[in-house]
Design a protein around this ligand. Structure first.
Ligand SMILES: [Zn+2]
Length: 467
């Protein structure tokens, strides 16, 4: 079977045929950097990181462009509240996003352009739209530039809405300069005290929608393969992106992929609830790889209902995979990942990136592997271990990879190993003299230092644990 995705625009699953053979170009709407990221923001990063890894596994050279919206009403408001420059707010939060993507094992995009670095491209696009009769500068001299929605018959197709049933765009404080309330702002005229850039129509700043059309065209061309983003961006943001680019004469995105949102108690996350879901808090509850597993395991288009229980369940599922591979490596010496994943796993991912059925294949192999350990079947253990590593590797979840095993810090791991061994010897000695209080105290001290001890038939084992 072929690789296929659910295309929001076509409202059906379509075979993936790239524009250029062997290449896949992806544009992903990135963060508006007005605050720190919570897991709802990062879910999209994890979902599309897996898409990228799967495309690469399937032999495509992937070019991933993910923008940063570094100018926006909210950024300006936060800066005003704090009495700092808008770019300080943007810089600080962009760093927090980058750290969050990194800690969850999302590889950096091929290019990560910022809106304010692409004003000339936006001016050029607005000029093309004005020349073709699809945009106009506001008649009130405000410097606003609007897209003329009624000039583009396809408006509403992506979000499946009829233009005569749409409300006003609501993107500017007053609509004095608009010809139609549904017209949306490409460019916002300068207001006192706000950052602004020169254009042929007056000073102002980028509208959110315009930047994505301008930057995707610059880095991926007028037509590209896949546009991704959260489901909440379909309207108005993506509808407006399509309108701008197609009205300007570009082909734009050929497939639209949208990830579902993260809800809390059935509600979309509000800001106050969201504070407890900021990434630094979350990676104290579970390890980063367990958080990645939690965000990855549901189908990318489904809603994730967040609860601590669901999070810990996901962590436990990941630990079953990790526990098997760790024991497999102990018994078999080393476990090397296979070059290829099993067919049922590949079929699951080919079918609109079915991570949940793919993980079912992983857990099936883990169960078989645990049986092989019980039976002491060494070759079988190594074989199943290699299979599990190949599959989890494609998902960015291989427990024995350098990213997650501490392999990148192997020197440090040796040091911790030696220190833990000393403490465990003392604990053993305390037990032998029946001083169980002292033995338990050593275990508790290790735990508070993040080292969890587990007694196994082959003696105590330890692992790093957070929280
Ligand atoms: Zn966008």
């Amino acid at each position: 079977m072929s690789l296929r995705f659910y295309d929001t625009s076509a409202r059906q699953v379509r075979d993936f045929t790239p524009l250029r053979e062997g290449c896949a170009s992806l544009y992903l709407c990135g963060a508006t950097v007005q605050a720190q990221p919570h897991i709802g923001h990062i879910r999209s990063g994890v979902n599309f990181d897996i898409l990228r890894r799967w495309l690469e596994y399937r032999g495509y050279r992937v070019v991933l462009c993910r923008n940063v919206t570094d100018i926006d009403d909210k950024i300006i408001n936060v800066a005003a509240d704090e009495g700092v420059e808008w770019w300080e707010v943007a810089e600080r939060n962009q760093r927090a996003f980058t750290a969050a993507y990194d800690i969850l094992g999302c590889r950096p995009p091929t290019v990560e352009p910022r809106a304010t670095g692409h004003v000339p491209e936006m001016i050029e696009l607005m000029q093309r739209l004005i020349d073709r009769g699809h945009a106009y500068a506001a008649g009130d001299g405000s410097g606003d530039v609007y897209f003329d929605v009624s000039s583009y018959p396809g408006y509403g197709e992506l979000s499946n809405q009829r233009i005569d049933q749409m409300r006003g765009a609501g993107d500017t404080d007053d609509d004095r300069g608009k010809r139609d309330p549904r017209d949306f702002a490409l460019w916002k005229g300068a207001r006192p005290g706000e950052p602004s850039w020169d254009t042929p129509w007056g000073r102002g700043r980028p509208g959110w929608h315009l930047e994505c059309s301008a930057m995707s065209t610059k880095y991926l061309g007028g037509s590209f393969d896949i546009h991704g983003g959260g489901l909440d961006l379909v309207f108005p943001h993506h509808e407006n992106e399509v309108a701008q680019s197609k009205a300007a004469g570009d082909g734009f995105a050929r497939y639209w992929l949208h990830n579902g949102l993260l809800h809390m108690s059935g509600e979309k996350m509000s800001k106050s609830l969201g504070n407890s879901l900021l990434i630094p808090y979350m990676v104290r509850k579970v390890r980063p790889v367990e958080l990645r597993y939690f965000l990855a395991q549901a189908h990318y288009r489904s809603v994730i209902d967040y609860s601590d229980d669901a999070l810990y369940e996901a962590a436990a599922a990941y630990q079953r995979i990790e526990g098997f591979l760790t024991r497999a490596a102990e018994v078999a010496g080393t476990v090397e990942p296979h070059a290829e994943v099993p067919e049922p796993f590949a079929e699951a991912l080919d079918d609109d990136l079915g991570v949940s059925p793919a993980l079912a294949v992983v857990h099936g192999a883990v169960r078989e592997g645990n049986n092989a350990i019980t039976e002491g079947a060494k070759e079988r253990i190594a074989e199943l271990g290699g299979r599990v590593r190949a599959m989890t590797g494609v998902l960015g979840l291989d427990p024995l990879s350098d990213t997650w095993s501490g392999g990148g810090d192997s020197g440090l791991r040796d040091v911790v190993d030696a220190l833990a061994a000393v403490a465990l010897e003392q604990r053993q000695a305390a037990r032998e003299r029946k001083d169980y209080a002292a033995a338990d105290a050593i275990r508790d001290q290790l735990l508070s230092a993040g080292i969890a001890v587990e007694d196994t038939p082959r003696g105590p084992r330890w692992e790093l644990r957070r929280g």
